[in-house]
Design a protein around this ligand. Structure first.
Ligand code: GAR
Length: 213
């Protein structure tokens, strides 16, 4: 049986949709078990449901604490026998307890070339610093925000005419190609976290996890 992926979103869900689309190929090594949003109005929930993926909301506002919210997330993920949790534009900080429970099985995509520009408004900050390269990073999740071991990165050139929106769009296109490859590598056991080291072998090692647009 293929490993089962739970995808957590908060909004649009383009990365989720890219992974769902990739997983429609029978040779893809993972099954998308569910998509969970912490926001009831997340556009991505409709996209997931339209693709036949179980899509549900666990609204963080309905829980008195982060721990209780995460307990419900875990219940939903366990109910669907999820093996890996993929954060795809999931905008809630997770506790150390949740992150520990999914150690080596929890990944995130961030819209910058980490360790530059952790946190929010990455495209605006990159433009105001005048950097020439910007991009995205997929990493294992650790308790420190946007700081986990790096699995994959995609870089784009910054153009003099760029606005935060045009730059974000080019970075997002790279995100949407890179993330499905990372999920495939994880599911097939070619990408593994050993302590704080990322071990990559097989097809994933051959440049598929680095993109230079
Ligand atoms: C993506 O750009 C992703 O990198 C970013 O949110 C966007 C979600 O887009 N994630 C973060 O900022 C996490 N800190 P999507 O909903 O279309 O996948």
């Amino acid at each position: 049986m293929k490993p089962r992926i739970g995808i957590l979103i908060s909004g649009r869900g383009s990365n989720m949709a890219a992974i769902v689309a990739a997983a429609q190929d029978p040779s893809y090594p993972a099954t998308i078990a569910c998509v969970i949003s912490n926001r009831p109005d997340a556009k991505g929930l409709e996209t997931a449901a339209a693709n036949g993926i179980p899509a549900l909301c666990v609204d963080h506002k309905h829980f008195p604490s982060r721990e209780e919210f995460e307990d419900e997330l875990n219940r939903q993920l366990d109910d669907r026998d999820v093996d890996f949790v993929v954060l795809a534009g999931f905008m809630r900080v997770l506790t150390e307890r949740f992150i520990g429970r999914w150690d080596g099985k929890l990944v995130n995509i961030h819209p910058s070339l980490l360790p530059s520009y952790r946190g929010l408004h990455t495209h605006e900050r990159a433009l105001s610093d005048g950097v020439k390269l910007h991009g995205c990073t997929v990493h294992f999740v650790v308790p420190e925000l946007d700081a986990g071991p790096i699995i994959a990165q995609g870089a784009v050139r910054v153009r003099p005419s760029d606005t935060p929106e045009t730059l974000a769009a080019r970075v997002l296109a790279v995100e949407n190609t890179l993330y499905p490859r990372v999920v495939a590598g994880l599911a097939s056991g070619h990408i593994v976290l050993a302590g704080d080291q990322v071990i990559i072998d097989g097809p994933a090692a051959e440049g598929a996890l680095i993109s230079l647009a």
